[in-house]
Design a binder for this molecule. Structure first.
Ligand code: SF4
Length: 304
């Protein structure tokens, strides 16, 4: 499979079948905390980055065999950059009835056609981490034509027309957007947008830039109280479901590690496989040069 991956356990969506519509690393942002790596193609013009028909064919084939909780559009870049996103979502909903989620940075919602493409999704999860232009540019290193006011206007317009569930993710970085005045200004704007939930996150996996430092639990808990009852902390939330993998254990490890850095425990938990077997498979893949190892905050992560 080239465009469909998993199903993999998701911290937010249970068993999630991923769809990757954008080649790495194409995005409108170049976030310090990105776990995929540095953006090599920074764009804001939607296009058919991969063939829509091929994506639909892979989805049909996979959904005939597995029943995920969600089909989730995320992956190696910003999914709303794909011009056929709306048609592919409609296809999944029409043919299978499986729920659809879209993880987006939200930067293109100022465009009416991008908002339109998302209307059939059951859940849309955009990011809004600051309302200050300077902080926005430092954290997200956006395309020159984007501004935080444009992103906020897009989110407000989308909320007015969208009938599904809107979860705003706030990515918190120590020393960037964790000061009281930042949080208060952000809280105010998020109240105006009125999402169903506010999900507080921090840097859990190895980031693209070492300047991205996570917040500690005490500060996260404090910020959660500031945001009120709709807020929850999603960083390091436990994995709920088990993945039903196809092929060998090594294939499954590689499939997970291709999408994001994983630990041996992540893989064992996701696949419901014994830790020692996963450890053995991971070591063999490292030895063959098929996995790269890096240590982040005292934990070993593996990337394919
Ligand atoms: S974290 Fe998301 S929005 Fe930011 S650069 Fe990576 S893919 Fe793009």
């Amino acid at each position: 499979m080239k465009y469909v991956f998993g199903p993999v356990p998701s911290r937010r969506l249970g068993l999630s079948l991923g769809v990757d519509l954008i080649p790495p690393k194409t995005c409108s942002y170049d976030c310090l905390y990105c776990q995929i790596g540095k953006t090599t193609c920074k764009v804001i013009e939607p296009s058919a980055y991969v063939p829509g028909e091929a994506v639909v064919a892979e989805l049909d084939e996979t959904l005939a065999k597995v029943k995920p909780d969600y089909v989730t559009f995320s992956g190696s870049g910003e999914p709303t950059l794909h011009v056929e996103l709306g048609r592919i979502i409609a296809n999944v909903k029409g043919r299978t009835g499986v729920k659809v989620a879209v993880l987006t940075n939200g930067s293109l919602l100022y465009r009416p056609e991008v908002r339109e493409r998302l209307l059939k999704a059951d859940m849309v999860m955009p990011t809004l981490s600051t309302v200050k232009e300077e902080t926005f540019r430092l954290i997200h290193q956006p395309h020159d034509d984007l501004s935080v006011s444009r992103v906020i206007e897009g989110l407000k317009s989308f909320r007015k027309s969208y009938r599904g569930r809107l979860f705003i993710e706030v990515m918190l970085l120590a020393g960037f957007n964790d000061r009281d005045e930042e949080i208060e200004a952000l809280r105010h704007v998020i109240l105006e947008i009125a999402p169903d939930r506010v999900q507080l996150n921090t840097v859990v996996r190895p980031p693209a830039n070492a300047k991205a430092i996570p917040l500690d639990r005490t500060r996260l808990e404090y910020i959660k109280r500031v945001f009120g009852e709709r807020a929850e902390i999603i960083a390091t939330a436990p994995i709920r479901d088990k993945q039903h993998f196809r092929g060998t254990l090594s294939d499954a490890v590689l499939e997970m590690a291709r999408r994001r850095p994983v630990t041996v425990e992540d893989v064992a938990g996701a696949l419901d496989a014994p830790l020692f077997e996963v450890d053995k498979a991971v070591k063999a893949l490292v030895h063959k040069g098929q996995l790269r190892e890096q240590t982040h905050l005292g934990k070993d992560y593996y990337t394919a």
